[in-house]
Design a protein around this ligand. Structure first.
Ligand code: ZN
Ligand code: FE
Length: 252
């Protein structure tokens, strides 16, 4: 794996932007706002060369214009949502992918939170925006339950060791909801204790891994007998189970 340095940048109330550096290149993923990104650039001494967006929402792209004006960085986003990405230069899609210098970047089209949402797979890490959260998933603003389940399944098919960097620090609430559906899941109970300790210490709960998510994220566990019993849907299909879990999370 080519070496990639990743810096986590908290933005706004609970957003995460990420600085990724490879050689002389430096990209920011999902800059909600410019100031914390500028501060991180100053600390690392890097010059911003690229701005990547997972989707068009302002809390993931609100810093695009200011950062581009200050650095001349190229703005990359989903081609399918070109008209809604501020100051976009280059649209990407799943078929063609993208390159970050020498690094091949896999672009996964993961519609449902927004219809143009993408995830970026770069050097053993996946940046999932508001599609896959640690122990949760994004709301269905522009897609169906079937669409979100297909998008999550695509991300979950990445290698187990892949590091998962998501768009928000929602982990504690997600873990409590997950445990309410699956109290007998030992991996989940252990993970809740772990994230409680991390948050109490003011630490980030990212990155997770694909293996951890498959073991603890209820939205990737529609086949769990315990979850199905909890919601009274032992024989329903996966999409119906997923839709019910999503519906319950909306009001948890
Ligand atoms: Zn969003
Ligand atoms: Fe968001």
């Amino acid at each position: 794996m080519p070496d990639l340095e990743i810096t986590i940048i908290p933005c706004l109330k609970d957003n995460y932007a990420y600085l990724i550096r490879s050689g002389a290149l430096c990209a920011v993923i999902d800059p909600a706002e410019a100031a914390p990104v500028e501060a991180a650039l100053k600390v690392t001494g890097a010059r911003l060369t690229h701005i990547l967006n997972t989707h068009h929402h302002w809390d993931h792209s609100g810093g695009n214009r200011e950062l581009k004006a200050a650095s001349g960085a190229e703005v990359i986003g989903p081609e399918a949502d070109r008209t809604r990405i501020p100051a976009i230069d280059t649209g990407v899609d799943e078929e063609h992918g993208w390159r970050f210098g020498d690094l091949k970047v896999q672009v996964l089209e993961v519609p449902a939170h927004t219809r143009g949402a993408v995830a970026y797979v770069i050097g053993g890490a996946v940046f999932t925006g508001d599609t896959l959260f640690v122990m949760g998933c994004g709301r269905l603003f522009e897609g169906s339950a079937a669409m979100m389940l297909a998008s999550l399944t695509k991300i979950a098919a990445l290698p187990d060791a892949t590091a998962v960097y998501c768009g928000h620090e929602y982990t504690l609430a997600n873990a409590r909801f997950a445990l309410s559906l699956e109290p007998g899941n030992a991996a989940l109970a252990a993970r809740l204790r772990e994230v409680e300790a991390l948050r109490a210490a003011g630490k980030f709960t990212v990155p997770s891994t694909i293996a951890l998510e498959k073991a603890t994220n209820p939205f990737l566990r529609t086949d769990s007998a315990e979850i199905r019993r909890s919601i009274g849907m032992t024989t329903a299909d996966d999409v119906a189970v997923f839709a019910e879990i999503r519906r319950r999370k909306d009001s948890f």
